[in-house]
Design a protein around this ligand. Structure first.
Ligand code: 5GP
Length: 194
């Protein structure tokens, strides 16, 4: 348990390829009050990714040291040998700017954050219209090998079974509609509609 003051947190989770990153980008661009929570990760940076903007890319040894120091709100080995985690200092950085952190994290991580902040977090689960559609999207992204594609699909099937744990499930059939739904849910949560 972390002894943080209860400030709002928005969690966006989904099986990979369900479109959560597009929805997150849309929200961040439109609302300057929302701020992307930059995770620490041990995977290699992809082309175009920047350290300190997309992730804090760190070594496995550094990540394990931070686990020991209890520096994370949550962390997961999302893929074999690859650690991802939300740093306490990252949430503090964003709250100190009077902004609301937006966490784009995997399903297990999302459940852990919710458990720690049951009253101050809003969790959105972005669901692909079907696993077949998810497969098409991942293929179109072109970042997967056949093995990593299969791993992601297996994981997606498993993760979809957790959707009921989240505050709001948004089926991403048409991106614009899903963005609008996310926006409305966040506006209600943060009291923007009052
Ligand atoms: P990618 O390697 O494609 O950037 O991300 C893989 C998965 O890890 C995505 O589902 C992403 O949301 C998730 N992820 C990114 N950062 C974190 C984090 O800090 N904690 C957890 N639990 N998952 C994360």
């Amino acid at each position: 348990m972390v002894n943080f003051p209860s400030q709002p947190i928005i969690i966006i989770t989904a099986p990979s390829g369900a479109g959560k990153t597009s929805i997150t980008h849309y929200l961040l661009k439109k609302y300057p009050t929302l701020s992307f929570s930059i995770s620490a990760a041990t995977r290699n940076a992809r082309t175009g990714e920047i350290n300190g903007r997309d992730y804090y890319f760190i070594s496995v040894a550094d990540f394990q040291q931070k686990i020991k120091e209890q520096a994370f709100i949550e962390w997961e080995m999302v893929y074999e040998g690859k650690y991802y985690g939300t740093l306490k200092t990252e949430l503090e950085r964003i709250w100190n700017e009077n902004k609301v952190p937006v966490l784009d994290i995997d399903v297990k991580g999302a459940i852990h954050v919710q458990q720690q902040f049951p009253n101050s977090s809003l969790s959105l689960f972005i669901q692909p219209p079907s696993v077949e559609e998810l497969k098409n999207r991942l293929n179109a992204r072109g970042t997967e090998t056949p093995e990593s594609l299969q791993t992601r699909i297996d994981k997606a099937n498993y993760e979809i079974s957790f959707s009921k744990h989240f505050n709001k499930v948004i089926v991403n059939e048409v991106l614009e509609t899903a963005c609008a739904e996310a926006e409305n849910t966040i506006a209600n949560f943060l009291g923007w509609n009052n």
